[in-house]
Design a protein around this ligand. Structure first.
Ligand SMILES: *[C@@H]1O[C@H](CO)[C@@H](O)[C@H](O)[C@H]1NC(C)=O
Ligand SMILES: *[C@@H]1O[C@H](CO)[C@@H](O)[C@H](O)[C@H]1NC(C)=O
Ligand SMILES: *[C@@H]1O[C@H](CO)[C@@H](O)[C@H](O)[C@H]1NC(C)=O
Ligand SMILES: *[C@@H]1O[C@H](CO)[C@@H](O)[C@H](O)[C@H]1NC(C)=O
Ligand SMILES: *[C@@H]1O[C@H](CO)[C@@H](O)[C@H](O)[C@H]1NC(C)=O
Ligand SMILES: *[C@@H]1O[C@H](CO)[C@@H](O)[C@H](O)[C@H]1NC(C)=O
Ligand SMILES: CC(=O)N[C@H]1CO[C@H](CO)[C@@H](O)[C@@H]1O
Length: 446
């Protein structure tokens, strides 16, 4: 260091290189790249111990050629000018996070084969990507949201959590794999152009598969799928979903479509009634589109259930996971809700009658004799004195009107739950009980 301070020229260069070597394991645990020079310097490290982040005003291009291992994460967020990020040598990194990079279009990591997570979000210019096609061990998470990626052929498997959401340019995706393992979960949602997800190799799903809101996706052919040991939720505008080999459901299967998938529902029903298929499933064709939130399962279940074409085919055996109650459980809940609703209604009517009655008594104390007629007989209203028109009495009538709405509202809600086919409908029923009861209580004047 003394030499460093005392000398210039060549010595200074050597000193910088020395400093660069020291930077291969920054004390703070993290190195921030601000300039191209920082990039060149860090690239001299074969192994970097720590995390690498990029400053918001960082360079347009970052080529980390030379680094083989980053023990921590590479985290690039909100870098306005960054266009290209690459490394021809990087093999190992914990996670590679790319977020809010409006200009990033080129990502190239052809040697990267050991990582646990990729989280890429809000990369509107990001169309092409190269990541090594092989991987040692299971990847924990890959999330790709709001990018312009056209293809994900580079994706390496297996992945525990895969989440492909809001990528308007993605047209096809293939799951090159015969099993989705326990603890794994794959999500494909709101990819506007995604017209083809190839699932034909899947024979067993022991984790989760969720496909929703991909408006161009009209067909899913689970040619080889025999077993669902986890949870499969499919919703969208499907015209043909086929599962010809399915014979066992230990978790849950929920399929609903705004299109006509009656053929699937009937096929499942036939297999269930001939005991070829065991387990719990819900299948709903021709769900009406709900513009409010078409992708959520709960909104689909509250979508107007009055359509006569909805077919609910729950199998009578209870679900082992408690994922959904059996049909009898649902009936039980429905009956409970009915009883609660009518009890509440009766109490409400009783309450208002009592209350009106006591009000009448109060008014009678003020020596107005004809008011009781008004309470029991609307026809007598003509002869009612002014006092009836006081705001106080009108408030009473308004409250009574709410009580009248109850019979129309509650059974309607019940029909929605009863007639729908939704994995979470028992929960939804409880929710509706909870939200109904406070509503009624709220109307009761304290
Ligand atoms: C992407 O970056 C790599 C490495 O820097 C380069 O070889 C390639 O030509 C770039 N591709 C595009 C489309 O810019
Ligand atoms: C997609 O990313 C861009 C760029 O960050 C952002 O402006 C836009 O709001 C994002 N879109 C969504 C739907 O999140
Ligand atoms: C991946 O990299 C980590 C960190 O260097 C290492 O401990 C692990 O053994 C590597 N895994 C494989 C399968 O090479
Ligand atoms: C998938 O990613 C989107 C956007 O980042 C997020 O909103 C959603 O919760 C994620 N879904 C799962 C199942 O992780
Ligand atoms: C979907 O993709 C697979 C594999 O790329 C292909 O074989 C199949 O023909 C495609 N289907 C449609 C309907 O485009
Ligand atoms: C649905 O797709 C399956 C498998 O691709 C096919 O065998 C069947 O004929 C299709 N059904 C209809 C109604 O298009
Ligand atoms: C960058 C890009 O195209 N983002 C789109 C990803 O997909 C969602 C929905 O499909 C769009 O809203 C984004 O604009």
């Amino acid at each position: 260091m003394k030499l460093c301070i005392a000398s210039f020229g060549l010595f200074l260069v050597q000193c910088l290189i020395g400093a660069a070597n020291a930077d291969c394991a920054p004390v703070s645990g993290s190195l921030t790249l601000k300039t191209s020079q920082d990039v060149t310097t860090v690239s001299k490290c074969t192994d970097f111990t720590g995390n690498i982040v990029v400053a918001a005003d960082g360079p347009e291009e970052i080529a980390l050629d030379g680094i083989h291992t980053v023990t921590g994460n590479i985290d690039v967020e909100n870098v306005a000018q960054l266009r290209s990020l690459s490394s021809n040598s990087l093999e190992v990194v914990q996670s590679l996070t790319l977020m809010n990079l409006p200009k990033l279009s080129n990502l190239s990591f052809p040697a990267l084969s050991n990582f646990s997570s990729l989280q890429w979000k809000n990369l509107p210019s990001f169309e092409h990507c190269a990541v090594a096609g092989t991987h040692n061990g299971e990847i924990q998470e890959i999330t790709v949201t709001n990018t312009s990626l056209k293809s994900m052929d580079w994706l390496v498997w297996p992945v525990q959590l895969l989440n492909i959401t809001e990528n308007a340019s993605l047209e096809t995706f293939s799951i090159p794999y015969n099993s989705i393992n326990t603890g794994s979960s794959l999500t494909f949602s709101d990819n506007a152009a995604l017209a083809n997800i190839t699932v034909s190799q899947l024979s067993g799903i022991y984790g989760g598969l969720q496909v929703s809101g991909n408006n161009a996706l009209s067909k899913l052919s689970f040619e080889a799928m025999e077993t669902i040991g986890g949870y499969v939720q499919l919703s969208g505008d499907f015209k043909n979903v086929s599962m010809p080999a399915l014979n066992s459901i230990n978790g849950g299967l929920n399929v609903q479509s705004t299109g006509d998938i009656t053929a699937l529902c009937i096929n499942l029903q036939e297999k269930a009634s001939s005991h070829v298929l065991k387990g719990h499933y819900d299948c709903t064709p021709n769900v009406q589109k709900s513009p409010a939130s078409p992708t959520t399962m709960s909104s689909a279940s509250t979508a107007k259930p009055t359509s006569p074409t909805i077919t609910t085919i729950p199998t009578p055996s209870p679900s082992p996971q408690g994922s959904g109650l059996s049909i009898w459980g649902k009936v039980g809940i429905s009956v409970t809700v009915l009883v609660i609703a009518f009890t509440t209604l009766a109490l409400t009517i009783f309450y208002f009658r009592r209350r009106n009655h006591s009000k009448v008594q109060e008014i009678q104390q003020k020596k107005i004799d004809s008011i009781e007629l008004a309470d029991s007989d609307a026809g007598a209203g003509a002869s009612i004195p002014k006092e009836l028109e006081s705001p106080h009495i009108r408030l009473e009538l308004a409250a009574g009107k709410i009580a009248q709405e109850l019979p129309a509202y509650v059974p309607h809600e019940l029909l929605a739950k009863h007639g729908s086919s939704e994995l979470h409908s028992p929960t939804a029923s409880f929710t509706s009980v909870r939200s109904d009861v406070p509503l009624i209580r709220h109307e009761l004047p304290g």
